[in-house]
Design a protein around this ligand. Structure first.
Ligand code: PFF
Length: 449
């Protein structure tokens, strides 16, 4: 068996896990999903789900991965004699493919907008012009596809260098850069005319908007944003050193994740209200709102470049973790060199992501049940695949994995979080599976609240 990598340092581990967690989910997806679901009430529910369900789920994934020291599929096989549990690993690998396919399309948009910011293209356009420009680009076919392929290839390059020399080294450079850019962007948004209205939309709750369907959306968004429910944190968990503190890693990244999502909302909604764009305008929201600010502000071009660089960096530090799920599986199960495994996965993702990009062209026949492939992948992964994966993972951690082994991993052999471990274990065994199962059944229409 080839030697497995580990993350080099504690700080490096936080950067890598933080890199996976903070991504397009915070900057691109959170604002439009919150916008479509009524803003602040959604955010409160989202926050509760993050800390009560998703963070304990993250601990479960870390513990499974670190105990088994293996890829997402084999981890289940190592920890249970019942073979069918490895199906949860396969579900995770499939989910990572589905997410990576539409994620790369958005990352490709970010690259195109980065190029256009450098060229100054949208600097002279009004809101209607910006919308028309965006629609033309998406409909053009070859433009989005070229960027998708470039983005997936970049991912492949980072992943092929391995855990410490590739993924960790890359994250350690990209994460501090992202932080600086985000702070600059938020300070700037504070001075916009629509800041008050935008901030109110985001921060004043209206509980009449709360429905089971909305809670399910919040659950999906929370899993997506914290990269849980599909084996990425099992895979990364398998690279965490035995004496590293999981509570610290999980707590730090969860707080950073929420902070970045809210800051992104505060950067985007003031612009929505300042330029008369609908807060529910879907996946294009970020790409339609922010260019308007950039076009009108002094020094806007520099901010545009910085922002799209941020979006690209956020995307790639997350997508490498998605790719790693499949690469670890292929290289370990088929005993292939990392470079070969990465090449195979890169080519496969280039294919599926290209289909997603093509499905957005007007008149495309790549639709299922009236949804194009891109929207379908976005919805199916966070509404069905991740909640189902998350449910099965907590059941595995709470009921199938040996209790002493789980608690030993969770506390790093009794070193950290001894007192927290028992309530967390209780939640993992009882409260969380019941909560996810009820939401899931209500989504399927089998349970009415
Ligand atoms: N958490 C990432 C984001 O917020 O953009 C998306 C993601 C990455 C989801 C890795 C799942 C995953 F395994």
């Amino acid at each position: 068996m080839r030697k497995r990598g580990t993350f080099g340092s504690s700080l490096g581990t936080i950067m890598v896990v933080g890199g996976s967690v903070i991504g397009l989910g915070n900057i691109w997806r959170f604002p439009y999903v919150a916008g479509e679901n009524g803003g602040a009430a959604f955010i409160l529910i989202y926050l509760a789900i993050n800390f009560l369900i998703s963070v304990p789920l993250m601990f479960s994934e870390f513990s499974i991965g670190r105990a088994a020291k293996s890829n997402a599929m084999r981890s289940f096989r190592r920890l249970s004699p019942v073979k069918s549990w490895q199906g949860v690993g396969y579900l995770g690998i499939a989910t990572s493919f589905v997410i990576l396919s539409f994620y790369s399309v958005i990352a490709g948009w970010a690259l195109e907008f980065l190029r256009e910011s450098i060229a100054g293209t949208f600097m002279q356009l009004d809101p209607a012009g910006i919308k028309a420009h965006f629609d033309d680009f998406v409909a053009s076919g070859w433009g989005p596809i070229g960027w998708v392929i470039a983005f997936v290839a970049l991912n492949g390059i980072v992943v092929s260098f391995g855990i410490e020399k590739g993924i960790e080294r890359f994250n350690k450079t990209a994460m501090p850069m992202m932080l600086v850019i985000l702070v600059i962007m938020c300070i700037n948004s504070f001075f916009l005319s629509g800041f008050r209205e935008g901030a109110t939309f985001l921060l004043r709750p209206d509980f009449s908007k709360v429905t089971p369907a909305m809670i399910m959306q919040a659950l999906g968004q929370s899993f997506f944003s914290l990269s849980v429910g599909m084996g990425a944190m099992i895979t990364y968990g398998s690279y965490i050193k035995k004496d590293d503190n999981m509570f610290r890693i999980g707590g730090t990244v969860a707080i950073s994740d929420v902070t970045v999502a809210i800051l992104s909302g505060l950067a985007i909604f003031p612009a929505v209200f300042s330029y008369g764009i609908s807060p529910t305008s879907g996946p294009e929201l970020v790409f339609l709102t922010l260019p308007n600010i950039f076009a009108q502000m002094p020094g806007g071009q520099i901010f545009a470049i910085l922002f799209f660089l941020l979006l690209f960096a956020a995307a790639i530090t997350s997508s490498v973790s998605l790719m790693e799920v499949a690469v670890a599986y292929v290289s370990e199960e088929f005993r292939l060199r990392r470079r070969i495994a990465t090449l195979i996965i890169t080519l496969c993702v280039m294919g599926t992501a290209t289909l997603c990009a093509l499905s957005q062209m007007p008149g495309s026949s790549l639709t299922v049940a009236g949804q194009n492939l891109f929207d379908l992948f976005d919805n199916v992964s966070s509404t069905y695949m991740m909640p189902l994966g998350g449910l099965l993972i907590v059941i595995f951690a709470g009921w199938v994995m040996r209790r002493d082994l789980f608690l030993r991993e969770l506390t790093s052999n009794g070193r950290f979080g001894h007192r927290l471990s028992r309530p967390v274990y209780f939640m993992i065994r009882y409260a969380i599976p019941i909560a996810i199962a009820m939401l899931f059944l209500s989504k399927l229409g089998w349970l009415q609240f």
